[in-house]
Design a protein around this ligand. Structure first.
Ligand SMILES: Nc1ncnc2c1ncn2[C@@H]1O[C@H](COP(=O)(O)OP(=O)(O)OP(=O)(O)O)[C@@H](O)[C@H]1O
Length: 307
């Protein structure tokens, strides 16, 4: 039995322990162990079909795991009203009853989320220009995404998970989402999980990065530390090879006598960029999007080689 003290001090909003979900022979999740620190904005990143939705669905008790365990603020979520009252999961595939207008969604959300902020919801409905008199059934994909964003932000849930929140949203609306998220998060700290493959756009928001691919966790790390570990060097192939020797090279391409390599250093403080520049090479931090692409391709090659 947890004490009140334990509960208020739960360091992790979400913990997964050897989580596996099988569909016949296919494993949507394959032994994922992961901890999401409370009070941060987390990026759950990975390609289509990586297992992101499956992980979030299990964490929010909408799907049973085949094996393994999940905890929300230290408690298992199944039939646990207290744990579930802390979660808002904005699903990409959310459907609404045919007769529903925006008002009906807000009324349902108001009843569901203990920290619901009606004024914020009203403001966001205006900002996203959501029509109040039109049935949601006739909404475009982008408008449906906006409804999810309004609910997710206004819920102020202790753990808010957004699964691909901006499908169909134009650039202005996406930028509005990022700005409002940052603003509201600063005033009302909580834990946010953004699952996406539009990585570069959100990278500045993310404080922790978790990458899954083929149902497996490839990386789980503080964004700051990752930014200082991941870099790209280019220049003379011999020099590139010299400075990257013994390091984890995710990708290496050569054109004539030149090479470009993506490196994930072992230690955050290694200063690979500085070393490469001293050696006369060009070096720069590897953008997060490129890191994920290189990392997943590297993992796929590793799998093929060990098969
Ligand atoms: N009900 C199901 N029956 C069979 N296979 C499923 C089912 N749900 C998910 N899968 C499979 O599990 C894998 C993981 O799916 P999941 O939806 O979790 O991925 P995702 O990372 O959220 O992808 P996306 O970014 O495309 O939404 C995929 O290969 C998918 O086809």
């Amino acid at each position: 039995m947890m004490t009140v003290k334990d509960r208020t001090q739960a360091a992790y909003a979400l913990e997964a322990d050897r989580l596996t979900k099988s569909y016949g022979a296919q494993k949507a999740l394959d032994g994922v162990s992961l901890k999401l620190e409370a009070g941060l904005i987390h990026g759950l990143l990975g390609r289509n079909g990586a297992g992101k939705t499956t992980l979030m669905s299990i964490a929010t008790a909408q799907l049973f795991a085949t094996s393994g365990e999940v905890r929300i603020f230290g408690q298992q979520p199944y039939e646990n009203r207290e744990a579930l009252s802390k979660i808002c999961f904005i699903k990409e595939s959310q459907r609404y009853p045919d007769m529903f207008h925006v008002e009906d969604v807000l009324a349902t959300a108001r009843a569901l989320y203990p920290n619901w902020d009606e004024a914020l919801a009203g403001e966001l409905v205006e900002s996203f220009r959501l029509p109040r008199r039109k049935k949601i059934k006739g909404f475009s994909r982008g408008m449906l995404s906006s409804v999810g964003i309004v609910v997710g932000l206004s819920s102020r849930a202790e753990l808010t998970l957004f699964d691909e929140p901006y499908l169909g949203l134009d650039a202005v609306a996406r930028s509005l989402f990022y700005d409002r998220l940052i603003e509201d998060y600063a005033e009302h700290p909580r834990t946010v999980v953004l699952s996406t493959h539009l990585i570069d756009e959100v990278s500045r928001l993310l404080e922790a990065i978790h990458v899954i691919d083929g149902g497996r966790l490839l990386l789980s790390e503080d964004a700051e530390s990752l930014r200082s570990r991941a870099y790209r060097v280019s220049g003379s192939a011999a020099k590139v090879d010299a400075v990257t020797a013994g390091r984890r090279v995710l990708r290496r391409e050569t054109i004539g006598g030149s090479a470009v390599a993506s490196v994930l250093a072992g230690e955050p403080g290694e200063n690979g960029i500085g070393r490469a520049r001293e050696a006369g090479l060009e070096a720069e931090p590897l953008p997060l999007q490129q890191l994920i692409v290189d990392l997943t391709a590297h993992a796929a090659r590793g799998k093929e080689e060990s098969a």
